[in-house]
Write a protein that binds this ligand. Structure first.
Ligand SMILES: [Zn+2]
Length: 430
């Protein structure tokens, strides 16, 4: 079992200093920069003492939310317009990890501004993270948007070139047959893509024999069902990356042990909080993932609430690292739908449905009819696949399903989305 490459990478970056001391210093610098240069934080931090004695004092600072970002993104910027190299408007679905707000209450898109140096830090993280399962000479097919300079696929390609690998920008999978043919022709050894896109390759009938070494699935939530199908079909290891545009695209990546994400701790400070009270959770307890940027110049974010639910794993990682380990993200706090006495999440449906033979993708909406909840599933299924097993899988694997009727329709297409998938709750609009 190899040590995560993030450990020596971070150790180098912080010049072998104590990580917490390094984080505290960077945190102080960030707070000072933000209060001096950003209109938003000048107000938000006006009455807050920012001279922190230790990392624990971070809890005295207020949170930053997605709504803050939406309200006035430019008010966060700390540099002159000339120094901004890249602007990401999240409605563009530039990155599969962070796109439209699930609430959909405001029409305002989130906008993120990055300097050249900010982007360089991301490339450096991708370089280190990808080396977990990519070697010099590997031919890597990138199934993410990469045409625009500074887009996720573009930064990843730069990182892979530095690593000595050969990146091939392909973009999202539109037609699995075409992508599989490219994989065969280009002798691809590593794939990077969105889970449902890679699943469409794995479930494509009569695909040519391929010899992949590893696959990286990158989204906030990778269902274990998809991971298993893909692993079995391509007979290789499937890794998971966690990030969002607000984090500077990259946040953390699994090591060979695949027990959770190791994090970009020299650039980002992570906390887990109780989403109701805002109190910091003890290690091991579940809560909302919150992060603070430590090295971002263009647009620092302080205690940014991601909406993602996870926990720090207290047990040491088998790879032997001293770095923290964040459990695989399963769902978003805001994406939970109250049903019966509990909640339903897209992750519940993913695990049940993607495990069914032939299921390629689906959309889910909860409606209310005759004072009874009804789950409408539009399922894209491979030729020859059947719908009945979908209903059976649901009633077996999702206990909440006894609280609603299920209606399943077969659809020929679901637009290949790069956005976060969610259950649409239409019950209050009837
Ligand atoms: Zn590890």
């Amino acid at each position: 079992m190899n040590l995560t490459p993030l450990e020596p990478w971070i150790s180098d970056k912080i010049d072998h200093a104590d990580l917490e001391e390094y984080q505290l210093q960077k945190l102080r610098d960030t707070l000072q920069l933000a209060r001096e240069k950003s209109r938003f934080y000048r107000h938000r931090l006006a009455d807050v003492p920012i001279d922190l004695a230790g990392l624990d004092d971070l809890t005295r600072l207020p949170f930053t939310t997605a709504d803050d970002l939406r309200a006035d993104p430019l008010s966060f910027v700390c540099v002159s317009q000339d120094d901004i190299q890249r602007v990401v408007t999240l409605d563009d679905a530039d990155f599969p990890l962070a796109t439209l707000s699930t609430s959909g209450t405001t029409g305002q898109p989130k906008r993120l501004y990055f300097t050249r140096e900010d982007q360089e830090l991301t490339i450096d993280f991708f370089h280190s993270g990808m080396s977990t399962f990519t070697a010099p000479g590997d031919r890597v097919l990138i199934l993410l948007l990469g045409e625009t300079p500074g887009s996720v696929g573009d930064l990843l390609a730069i990182a892979l070139t530095r690593l000595g690998a050969i990146p091939i920008k392909h973009g999202p999978v539109r037609d699995p047959a075409v992508t599989l043919d490219v994989m065969r022709r280009e002798k691809i050894t590593v794939l990077v893509g969105v889970p449902t896109h890679v699943l469409s390759l794995a479930r494509y009938p009569n695909a040519p024999p391929l010899s992949l070494k590893s696959i990286l699935l990158t989204t906030d939530h990778v269902s274990q069902a998809i991971k298993h199908v893909v692993e079995k079909r391509f007979a290789c290891r499937v890794y998971n990356h966690y990030g969002m545009t607000e984090m500077g695209l990259g946040g953390g990546v699994e090591c060979e042990a695949q027990q959770g994400y190791h994090l970009r701790e020299a650039d980002l400070l992570f906390e887990i909080i109780d989403p109701n009270t805002g109190a910091v959770q003890p290690d091991g307890e579940y809560g909302e993932v919150v992060f603070t940027t430590l090295t971002r110049r263009g647009m620092p974010l302080i205690r940014y609430r991601t909406g993602d639910m996870s926990r720090f794993i207290s047990e040491p990682c088998p790879c032997g690292t001293h770095l923290k380990m964040l459990e695989r993200i399963t769902h978003r706090w805001s994406g939970r739908i109250p049903v019966g006495a509990g909640y339903l999440t897209i992750a519940d449906l993913d695990e049940a449905l993607f495990a069914v033979d032939g299921v390629l993708n689906f959309t889910a909406a909860l409606t209310r009819e005759n004072s009874h909840d009804c789950l409408q599933l539009d399922v894209k299924i491979a030729d020859g696949g059947k719908l009945l097993p979908v209903v059976q899988a649901l009633s077996k694997a999702v206990p909440q399903s006894r609280y609603f009727d299920v209606r399943v329709s077969s659809v020929t297409d679901i637009p290949a989305s790069l956005a976060k998938r969610t259950i649409i709750d239409r019950r209050n609009r009837a």
